[in-house]
Write a protein that binds this ligand. Structure first.
Ligand code: 4AD
Ligand code: MG
Length: 448
């Protein structure tokens, strides 16, 4: 089926014979013709009888050239006076110009100011992070933020397309939940008509029920953790895609992960190359991301850390510096599997002949970006799961439905959760996750 052609509603409403409304992204289709553009003034400079306006419309930016003798004196004056981020409509001829960033510029023949902006707080000079985060609603207009947020959207789209094509069914899980999935210390609590409810930490438990109903499923939504960590990798609200598969062991689970992630990276390279270049990303590093990824057991990882001079105690979880050391040895993301059962969640299936480790795996991104995926094989045995819930001090009542999955046709099953923001940070090659989501919720920041 051919894609549905959607006409921007402003264009549909336009019954005049004015030149067609164009989008900067596809301006090349109008080369040599006269079109209209609607957008905002990103920047401008003047040299006497010429005004150079950098106009952005959300799909891209273009230089619009206003010559004094081509427009009315009022229009020329308006172009001269208009401040950064004023909104406008310009009409003009689209000209090919190999020197222009997008390959085109516009020779303006008419100009209307829609709204004259007040002095815009974010100027091309350097601003501090707090200032920018306070103005996040305006900061997202910048070309760097455009590049990051477009790559984020591409990553999310590639993930869902890949999973849909592989026969996974999207089943969204609740945000308000009665119980914890990833430990009780990071729960956000809220009231629920006289009861307590928590914002979901992960859709996994519901996903397991969905997998027993539909085989291969995934959920994709916001998840919440009250993490008192102020690091470049932690958000209080982050997005996670969580596939879950019935009749699936740990090794099959890892194969899905490496295939999916490689596809996503190659898709971004294909469709968002310009944006990666805007961010100065080293593309050659991303081009290498193809399966299979190296696999390292927890035991081997501990050995590597010790050989590298780290005084690491078996049984502990890895910290960010440890993860960096482990990932640094590879150009590909690396799986660390079979962690100590004691440092993972209650549902992880212990290795039968060695129950002190479990069938869990984390995927560590290259270049020091740390864990981007956490997953594993789940306990399918009723008695063992009941025992684990008790050992973890979890309220059994809230998990009654979850235990039912081990009463009615229990099967080996596995799944994983990929954190979107950390994945975006790695693919974009940027320092901090706060720029990878439109409105980051970090420790102590709930504005804007
Ligand atoms: O390793 P985690 O805690 O795994 C789970 O939640 C499983 N229940 C998923 C599953 O098997 N269905 O989290 C998974 C991923 C991490 O690897 C990381 O990428 C991301 O979620 N993540 C965070 N990202 C940003 N800020 C935080 N506070 C995060 N906590 C986890
Ligand atoms: Mg984890």
């Amino acid at each position: 089926m051919a894609p549905l052609e959607v006409t921007p509603y402003m264009e549909a409403l336009d019954l005049t014979s004015a030149p067609p409304l164009a989008r900067i992204e596809t301006l090349g289709e109008h080369a040599g013709k006269t079109v209209r553009l609607r957008g905002w003034l990103r920047n401008s400079r003047s040299s006497g009888k010429i005004q150079f306006l950098e106009v952005r419309d959300g799909t891209g930016a273009i230089q619009a050239v206003v010559l004094k003798n081509r427009v009315s004196p009022e229009e020329f004056e308006a172009a001269r006076r208009m401040g950064q981020e004023s909104s406008l409509e310009v009409t003009g001829e689209v000209r090919e110009d190999p020197r222009a960033p997008g390959g085109y510029e516009m020779a303006v023949t008419a100009l209307t100011v829609v709204h004259e902006a007040q002095e815009f707080p974010i100027t091309p000079k350097e601003h501090g992070t707090d200032f920018l985060m306070d103005h996040r609603h305006l900061w997202i207009r910048s070309s760097r933020q455009h590049a990051i947020l477009r790559i984020r959207a591409e990553i999310m789209r590639a993930i869902t397309e890949w999973l849909d094509d592989q026969g996974f069914l999207r089943m969204d899980c609740p945000v308000l939940t009665p119980s914890a999935c990833e430990g009780t210390t990071t729960l956000f609590e809220t009231g629920y008509f006289g009861d307590k409810a928590y914002l979901t930490q992960s859709g996994q438990l519901y996903n397991e029920a969905n997998a027993m109903a539909f085989g291969k499923v995934y959920c994709f939504g916001p998840t919440f953790r009250a993490e008192k960590s102020k690091t470049r990798r932690h958000l209080m609200e982050f997005w996670m895609v969580e596939p879950e598969m019935a009749f699936c062991d740990l090794e099959e689970n890892l194969r899905v992960q490496e295939e999916m992630l490689s596809y996503v990276v190659q898709r971004v390279l294909q469709r968002r190359r310009v944006e990666l270049q805007t961010l100065g990303r080293d593309l050659s590093r991303l081009e290498k991301i193809r399966p299979p990824f190296p696999r390292l057991s927890y035991d081997e990882a501990v050995e590597i850390l010790r050989q590298g001079g780290v005084d690491f105690e078996w049984g502990n979880d890895f910290g960010a510096p440890d993860e960096t050391i482990l990932a640094e040895r590879h150009e590909l993301p690396v799986f660390v599997h079979r962690y100590p059962t004691s440092c993972k969640a209650f549902y992880m299936k212990p290795v039968e002949e060695r129950p002190e480790v479990c069938l869990s795996a984390d995927l560590l991104a290259p270049e020091g970006y740390g864990e981007i995926i956490g997953g594993g094989q789940r306990i399918e045995d009723l008695a063992l799961l009941e025992a684990r819930i008790r050992e973890h001090g979890l309220p059994e009542e809230a998990y009654r439905w979850y235990l039912d999955l081990r009463r009615y046709g229990s099967v080996p099953h596995s799944g994983f959760g990929l954190g979107i923001e950390r994945t975006v940070a790695w693919i974009c090659g940027i320092e901090h996750v706060r720029e990878t989501i439109p409105y980051a919720r970090t420790l102590n920041r709930l504005y804007p």
